[in-house]
Design a protein around this ligand. Structure first.
Ligand code: UT7
Length: 336
């Protein structure tokens, strides 16, 4: 068995900042409500002028991560792309990254696990590296939410939360066994699939001719829905469980954590976990204030920012944890 480690990190967010006050001009909401319930002050939205796509943002983040990993792009052996907002229905963005990075014909896998997508992606990379099949795996999480949000009062329970952005990591074979990914744990509970979802029928569920014939401008099925309180209650339980599961499998305690990077779903959820585990402000990294919830991109953006700010040092115990639509959840425990 080989050892695997994150060796390069990068992120990209669109320049266009959308504040809570901007949102209150187009829907009945307020800076006060959004900050009090979620901690979010602003988020980024792509614009028609910047022309970004989920893939193009992912490629920008990936280039930085590859450069920081100190490898040539052609040393990438495999691509994992996590998103709920792909450029196309199919093919997925993984192959578009292979094309746009202009790298050799390596395998490309698309992960459909929403807020847990990056954690799932890291777990996939970790297995491939540990078994010796690959040496360098590129894992990307990228999302464009803004093109699909209902920016009217009807959609305010969802649309104020989500933002656009991308993050990427290179996971590489590591010879030093005192460093690297110690464990990953993944879970799902499909009985709650419809509690946080975009329920537009796919071709696997409905004839496309029927979808076209029924096309109705008031059809809300193309808009995301969320049973916020139910999701919140499940999130705090599952975050706690899966962090403990990861720690316990390595004979570690919450007090051993140097840096927890929770998926940026809601500042209140992060604060709940922080309090429950008795962690200080220095032990938990949050940036939801600036970016909102960027789903699969949230952990790699936060991890990159924490690393850039020197909040993660060699030898630190770093824990990633996510929960989201599916429901899916998971954790990564690693020694930096
Ligand atoms: O990333 C995947 C995981 N996602 C999560 O973990 C999200 C978990 N859920 C949450 O973070 C919270 O449930 C929300 C932030 C989504 C909502 O906060 P809440 O405290 O659960 O509010 P609520 O949905 O119970 O709504 C309370 C009130 C309602 O009005 P009434 O019925 O009390 O009159 C809503 O209509 O707030 C109203 N409301 C808003 N008001 C102003 C809902 N959205 C807004 C808004 N601005 N944007």
């Amino acid at each position: 068995m080989y050892n695997s480690k994150i060796t390069g990190l990068g992120y990209y967010v669109p320049e266009n900042v959308v504040t809570n006050d901007d949102l209150s001009k187009v829907m009945e909401t307020s800076d006060e409500w959004i900050q009090e319930r979620t901690g979010i002050k602003e988020r980024r939205h792509v614009t028609p002028v910047d022309g970004e796509t989920t893939t193009s943002m992912g490629v920008k983040a990936a280039k930085i991560a590859i450069q920081r990993a100190g490898i040539d792009k052609n040393e990438i052996d495999f691509i994992v792309f996590a998103t709920l907002s792909p450029d196309y229905y199919f093919p997925g963005p993984g192959v578009l990254v292979q094309r746009d990075l202009d790298i050799k014909t390596v395998g490309a896998l698309d992960v459909r696990n929403q807020c847990s997508g990056f954690v799932y992606g890291i777990s996939v990379a970790d297995q491939y590296i540990k078994t010796g099949m690959y040496k360098n795996v590129l894992v990307i999480g990228s999302e464009i939410h803004s093109k699909g949000l209902d920016m009217t009062t009807r959609g305010r329970g969802v649309s104020v939360i989500f933002g656009d952005g991308a993050g990427a990591a290179v996971v590489s074979r590591e010879e030093d066994t005192s460093k690297g990914i110690l464990s990953t744990h993944l879970h799902s509970q499909g009985e709650h699939a419809e509690e946080l979802a975009l329920l537009a029928p796919g071709m696997g569920g409905r004839w496309v001719n029927d979808i076209v014939a029924d096309n109705d401008k008031d059809d809300e099925s193309y808009l995301p829905v969320m049973n916020g309180q139910f999701v919140f209650k499940n999130a705090v339980v599952r975050f706690s469980e899966v962090i403990m599961e990861g720690l316990a499998s390595n004979q570690l305690q919450p007090t051993d954590i140097d840096m927890l990077i929770p998926h940026q779903a809601n500042l209140r959820i992060s604060q709940f976990i922080q309090k429950k585990f008795g962690l200080s402000n220095d032990q938990v990294f949050n940036n939801i204030m600036k970016y909102g919830n960027t789903t699969a991109a949230s952990i790699p953006i936060a991890l990159t920012e924490a690393w850039e700010a020197n909040k993660i040092k060699e030898g630190d115990l770093v824990v990633l944890a996510a929960f989201g639509s599916g429901f899916t959840w998971g954790s990564v425990v690693m020694r930096w």
